[in-house]
Design a protein around this ligand. Sequence first.
Ligand code: 1YM
Length: 658
Amino acid sequence: MSEEIREQKPEEEEEFDFRVEDHTYDDADIQVLDGLEAVRKRPGMYIASTSEKGLHHLVWEIVDNGIDEAMAGYATTVTVTVDKDNIVIVEDDGRGMPTGENVKTGKSTIETIFTVLHAGGKFGGGAYKVSGGLHGVGASVVNALSEWLEVRVYHDGKIFFVRFENGGHAVEPLKVIGSCDPARHGSEIRFKADPAIFTETTVYSHETLRDRLRQLAFLNKGIRMIFNDEREEDPHKQHHVFLFEGGLKEYVAFLNKNRNVVHDEIIYCEGHKDGIEVEVAVQYNEGYNPNVYTFCNNINTAEGGTHEEGFRSALNRIINKYAKSKGFLKEKEDNLTSDDCKEGITAIISVKHPDPQYEGQTKTKLGNSEVRKCVSDIFGAQLERFLMENPEEAKKIMEKVVLASQARLAAKKARESTRRKSALEISSLPGKLADCSSKDASICEIYIVEGDSAGGSAKQGRDSHYQAILPLRGKILNVEKARQQRAFENAEIRSMITAFGCGVMNDVDTSKLRYHKIVIMTDADVDGAHIRTLLLTFFYRYLRPVLEQGYIYIAQPPLYKVQKGNTVRYAYTDRQLEEVKREMGGNLGIQRYKGLGEMNPEQLWETTMDPKNRTLIRVTVDDAEAADQAFSMLMGEEVEPRKNFIIENAHFVENLDI
Ligand code: 1YM
């Protein structure tokens, strides 16, 4: 959080930063109360939000401290347990938090860490701390936002204990509450998130916890991450152990598991220079899209930055050098572009930096310029060696990137033809589009509707002032499996791109978007879910900023119409149907809608399009990896995971009432 703290390396506990020096015990005490109270008053200043995301933030804060202890070489395992009441227990088998007293506060070090803002957290005990970055707000913030929190330290054959309640105040000072096996050592933090703060939910997501703990295990090879979820009935979901001795190599293998790979051996390197650690793993697959994920200090740098630039420049340099020297590319031919070199690549770049600087809109872009050369040198040397030592694998990679460049030139022509058309004929909007009359994008909505008949009802039912309708015929092209050129030739895809008006791929400019709500409206059945997924895949691959900036929504048509005399009610879920039945009493006519086409225009308006009644779900891509996994799994050859996914497809969709 604060630079001044991260740079401090106190040898002794009394050097904790209290920000105001030379203060008496009473002053320090008051500051404690002030600090934690400030956190409770304005939690948004300290954690991402008080929604589900912020709730999980509490766990990551404590887990980070356990990982630091493991990275420093003292702990082997970090365990996270969620009990039936959503109480979280995080343990490690490290040295145990210091149990001594802090001279300035006259309180235990542990109480200090948990009650003074910024104390503890990011101390470098020789080895630097890597968990800073976006988290790193400190254990005291977790304490402030918990209904209660307990610390147990196992050390010297004793169990030390302190409990905090009531806005983070210690109930009693730290004390020994029992003995343990003298060989046992470690820290255990147990807390209950305060429902008065986390008003939306205090229920943790199994998938979110599992996926991040797995990711942390990939990013920190050799550290065992255990996840126990006592809320789960299914024994397969109750206990997970993640331990990857191969680090990022295993991460890439995991991401490519549903894909056909171009070469079996994964290109892998690790090294360090000037205190910066670099680890990179790369493998090409037969797909066309690049999947490059970058991390700094275990944090996903979604906006990339200097580590990604260094990687890209080395990839370009070495591939072009090899392609020319071995005759895959003629001396006078143009160099392969960065995009050519990245087609179908799965790459993970992870750096650990003692003093990371983050930039960008969401502060997820690494800014330290020295990292560029560091990654470029370390990865470049290893890539060159790999190509030299594995001529068979190298040949497959060369053929792949050369083909990519040929396809790129063809796609460029096709794309230019879409662009030229819209530039020349100003009103070249697709013929099937029933546009709205308003030109104020901020109020305009476009409904992408499955099928002509539903499209017809939507056209009649809509408010044409701000609602546009674009009907799509049948299934849309699966862009995960098609080359760009084919995508740009596809009529439905061209219609969408032209109607949205914001450009496509690298040219996307959301300020040109003609509608600030793009609403996918499909039938509430498996086919509808499939079409929806194909559309999301298209948005994800071709219009990612539009998706990321929250312009894409999913409409929720009702599943049932319930009628009694002249009264009509609609139910959107089976549970709601039960409620409606209970409320309306006996003698009901219940109709199950099989598709949008069964609704007349008025019904469609009333239930699904009228802002007064409708429910829209905003689609977000919170975690590119989860989404990508979902997409590749959905679009891959395996049928079973696809079926399961479609059934529980809320994975990358966040519920949001409009
Ligand atoms: C479940 C969470 O917090 N483990 C943990 C924390 C610390 C230590 C060991 C530790 C660090 C150092 C020395 C050091 C912390 N200590 C501090 C502080 N697990 C968890 N395990 N001895 C023990 O960094 O020098 C903050 S965290 F500040 F007190 F040193």
